[in-house]
Design a protein around this ligand. Structure first.
Ligand code: FAD
Length: 525
């Protein structure tokens, strides 16, 4: 592998890998360096929505909402295996009061003081009409009304909720989105270096020299320019290794999620409004579960692992218990996770009110060019990457035009809604697959699922089966094509199969990694 690049991208999250894919496609020779696994930071801990952010309308964040809404369909088209449209049910009743200080609430309070914190249906409908109209939708259906006393979506809800609106957004497997961007960047020439931590960077007449800690020692690389896409660590990288005086205010806001057994049969999600101005999602997850979240809590140090606190857990339980008939207790929680939002914000006001928009800052373009990424949503990662690489034209003047809109990610070269037919085709050619197994493979790998199955005639041809239909052939794919190096990478990021396995099964995967992964990795393409 060469040690000299035009560009080094620090951070293997959605923004770093998105920028790498875009830049590699425009011909830049680059490396992504990631201190842990791909998506081991915030990009595997999100609510996993391609959404405009209905809540951000309360804060009049029209630029962000518009960009994100318009981007949803482009993204859904480019990855119909790992992302799909989802309908959201927003229940309401007349007596609901919202004790909030958002700009929209203050405006309503002044314009219509008689509402006294209530949100009549027409106000919610107006917000959703704005959401629909900002979106420029081509295939996502618009908002409709639901009579919860007759519609199946009313079944799980308490009887006082008789009315709801239903609107569209999208769902995405966030960690796989990162891995697929990294793969596509690599297919266009990028080097993807996981378990490589930036510890020092100096700049001389020849450009940047960066020092990396690796599992086996240290390594030095050079590049003309850097991208600092270190997410929650962006300010730390700025003031530490880069020793830059570029202002890097960042507010870390933790968000947690809890998982319970599946709470309803249909495939729609719920958008629940809290009286505190926050909202909470309850989403069908991984076939057997319901995903509930999230929270907004200030967090000081990116190196202190984010975990769901008892207070956050109880807050989310109370939230959903105010809506659903099933009353959940801590004993119903099967799993939880938390992540840090790296928000561009001075740190005043409620954490929930901090802007979710992003900012790109190019420092020292003439002498020591480095582009710093502050903030950013999963939903805006492709647009952010386009803008980031456009900005790098100041350093690399002959860069071609942006190209990623309309180009599918690996395995995503089929029509939206085509996953069912692909799964059926897979079963026809590999009759040993169960429908659930085939569907899972298509949802993870799309048209590339066939490359994992190869010429297998029986399940045994795929090697050891570890549980939850995970076979050695699939693990080999994750190692050789998707940079997985540990059982945790495979079970909690390249897949979520850890959720469906027993501890003994997970241990067997860890043993396989200890024994076979180094051999497989050495044969990686
Ligand atoms: P990260 O994913 O954190 O990547 C940065 C990477 O840099 C990390 O992997 C880290 O290990 C690496 N790094 C740091 N320092 C170094 C170093 N010195 N050397 C090498 N590597 C380094 N967005 C949406 O669009 N939809 C949602 O539903 C949504 N839900 C969210 C829910 C929660 C609770 C949170 C926290 C965020 C949510 N977001 C959502 C926002 C979105 O997840 C983040 O904005 C996005 O993942 C940030 O990606 P990133 O690449 O900037 O950061």
């Amino acid at each position: 592998m060469p040690n000299d690049f035009e560009l080094i991208v620090i951070g293997g999250g959605v923004n770093g890998c998105g920028i790498a894919r875009d830049a590699a496609g425009r011909g830049l020779e680059l490396a992504v360096i990631e201190q842990g696994d791909l998506a081991s930071g915030t990009s595997s801990a999100s609510t996993k929505l391609f959404h405009g952010g209905l809540r951000y309308l309360e804060y009049f964040e029209f630029r962000l909402v518009r960009e994100a809404l318009r981007e949803r369909e482009t993204l859904l088209r480019a990855m119909p295996h790992i992302a799909w449209p989802m309908r959201f049910v927003l229940p309401y009743h007349k007596a609901q009061r919202f004790d909030v200080t958002t700009p929209a609430a203050r405006w309503l309070g002044r314009a219509m003081p008689w509402l006294r914190g209530r949100r009549p249906a027409w106000v919610i409908r107006l917000g959703l009409a704005l959401y629909d109209s900002l979106a420029g939708r081509q295939f996502l259906p618009g908002t409709t009304r639901l009579d919860l006393s007759t519609a199946p979506e009313g079944g799980p809800l308490q009887d006082r909720y008789t009315k709801a609106f239903e609107y569209s957004d999208g769902w995405v497997d966030d960690a796989r989105l990162v891995a697929l961007n990294a793969r596509d960047a690599a297919a266009r020439g990028a080097a993807i270096l996981t378990r490589h931590k930036l510890t020092a960077a100096t700049h001389g007449p020849q450009g940047w020299t960066v020092t990396l800690d690796t599992e086996t020692g240290s390594k030095t690389l050079t590049a003309k320019a850097l991208v600092n896409a270190a997410g929650p660590w962006v300010a730390q990288v700025l003031s530490g290794p880069l020793a830059s005086d570029t202002p890097g205010h960042i507010r870390l806001v933790r968000g947690s999620h809890i998982l319970t057994r599946r709470l309803w049969d249909h495939d729609k999600a719920y958008f629940l409004q809290g009286t505190d101005g926050r909202i909470c999602f309850a989403i069908p997850y991984e076939q057997d579960f319901t995903l509930i979240g999230t929270t907004d809590a200030d967090h000081t140090d990116p190196d202190t692992p984010a975990t769901c606190t008892e207070a956050e857990r109880d807050y989310m339980l109370n939230f959903v218990n105010g809506y659903f008939k099933t009353q959940l207790t801590p004993a119903d929680i099967l799993h939880s996770y938390a992540g840090l939002r790296p928000l561009r914000d001075a740190g005043t006001g409620a954490a929930a009110s901090a802007t979710r928009d992003y900012e790109l800052v190019l420092s020292d373009p003439e002498t020591a060019p480095a582009l710093h990424v502050f903030g950013g949503k999963i939903t805006t990662y492709r647009k952010l990457a386009e803008s980031a690489v456009d900005k790098l034209a100041a350093v690399f003047p002959a860069l071609p035009e942006a190209w990623t809109a309309g180009v599918p990610l690996p395995g995503g070269d089929f029509e939206i809604g085509g996953a069912g037919a692909l799964a059926e085709g897979l079963i026809a050619d590999y009759p040993f697959l169960t429908p659930r197994w085939a569907q899972r493979l298509i949802r993870a790998y799309g048209t590339e699922a066939r490359m994992i199955l190869g010429d297998a005639q029986t399940a045994a041809d795929l090697g050891e089966e570890f549980g939850a239909t995970l076979t050695e052939a699939e693990l080999r794919w994750m190692v050789t094509r998707e940079y997985a190096r540990t059982a945790e990478d495979a079970l909690w990021r390249r897949s979520k199969l850890g959720l469906h396995m027993t501890e003994a099964e997970r241990d067997a995967v860890a043993e396989w990694f200890a024994k076979s992964a180094p051999v497989e990795a050495s044969q990686a393409a």
